[in-house]
Design a protein around this ligand. Structure first.
Ligand code: UDP
Length: 330
């Protein structure tokens, strides 16, 4: 039986496909390629170009392939865009997941692992954050991800479909082979933006706010390597295959770094000065987001392999240096 990876041409999806293939699994990838890249799909995966909102296309795929479980990354994921175009997020994230679950139920596929987010918590009441802390998203992206989690819960009650929701903190880094990595357009994430400076694509890095109640005034985040996230999806699907219950897990390293500490790390890794410019805070940015991943370690047996920020930034730098235009050939 194959594993179906929806959104397998995107950043976290493509890395998960690489890890699955390395583990000897049979993998089918579906992606509409609106933000993903065909070149990011592992050559050993069977690829279907489709949109999960297209019920006929999803049905046809599930009829043609023998799918044992689904890993679902096919969603819009930009916080800023979710605030200016919320209905796009309802349509793609909730509409898409509704169609997908309808088709899975109709075809008797009863296991799904999917991307949720630390944005489901909103402004945390304490750090590190645990899974039973309050969920009060401050942006529409987080709201739709939390609603996806709830949709799965009701679907399980009615139809017995079990799920694992993985709440990622700050995904970063690239595959150690540097064949795939992060490529967003527009790019909004800290580490790829920092690395545009030594890559000659940006003069300086804008730092969004230096007056937060943190050790140097800049925001603290928990940076977790994309290959560690990928491993967690495999463990979560194995957990469901063993008959494990539906559940929600945080995925992070449990260590917070300030924006300035990330920039300093990138300076050491790249040997470049990386000038900065202080800017006003970005709307909706919490001061600190740090995960407790004790539950994922305990129940899934997950152990992140990349615990050094220097190593994480090093893999990102190898990718960006060798692919300055991402997957586009210019
Ligand atoms: N950030 C920044 N300058 C940038 C991009 C991001 O100072 O050009 C900060 C941002 O305010 C946040 C942290 O870097 O505190 C991580 O931002 P990112 O967008 O990578 O992830 P988020 O935490 O928003 O999911």
């Amino acid at each position: 039986m194959a594993i179906l990876v929806l959104g397998g041409a995107g950043y976290i999806g493509s890395h998960t496909v690489y890890e699955l293939i390395d583990a000897g699994r049979d993998v089918v990838v579906a992606d509409n390629l609106l933000t993903g890249f065909r070149a990011a799909v592992h050559p050993k995966a069977r690829f279907y170009r489709l949109d999960i909102r297209d019920r006929a296309a999803v049905d046809a795929l599930l009829e043609r392939e023998e799918i044992g479980g689904v890993i679902h990354f096919a969603a819009s994921s930009q916080v800023g865009e979710s605030m200016s175009d919320p209905l796009k997020y309802y349509d793609n994230n909730l509409g898409g997941t509704t169609v997908l679950l309808q088709s899975m139920v109709a075809h008797g596929i009863d296991k799904i692992v999917f991307s949720s987010t630390a944005a489901a918590y909103g402004e945390p009441e304490r750090v590190p954050i645990t899974e039973d802390d309050k969920t009060a998203p401050t942006n529409c992206y987080g709201e739709t991800k939390l609603a996806m989690e709830k949709m799965m819960g009701w679907t399980e009650r009615a139809h017995g479909l079990r799920y694992v929701a993985l709440r990622y903190f700050n995904a970063c880094g690239a595959h150690p082979s540097a064949t795939i990595g992060e490529a967003h357009d527009p790019e909004t994430h800290l580490i790829p933006l920092i690395l545009q400076v030594p890559n000659g694509q940006r003069d300086r890095l804008s730092v969004f706010g230096d007056d937060y109640p943190t050790r140097d005034g800049t925001c603290v985040r928990d940076y977790i390597h994309v290959c560690d996230l990928a491993q967690a999806h495999i463990l979560a699907l194995d957990h469901l295959s063993r008959g494990g219950q539906s559940d929600v897990f945080n995925l992070g390293n449990g260590v917070g770094y300030t924006v300035m500490e990330v920039i300093d790390t990138a300076r050491r890794v790249t040997g470049h000065a990386i000038p900065t410019q202080m800017c006003p805070p970005r709307a909706g940015d919490p001061a600190q987001l740090v995960a407790s991943s004790a539950k994922a370690k305990r129940i899934l047996g997950w152990t992140p392999r990349y615990d050094s920020l220097e190593d994480i930034v090093g893999t990102a730098w190898s990718w960006h240096k060798s692919h300055p235009h991402g997957f586009e050939e210019k």
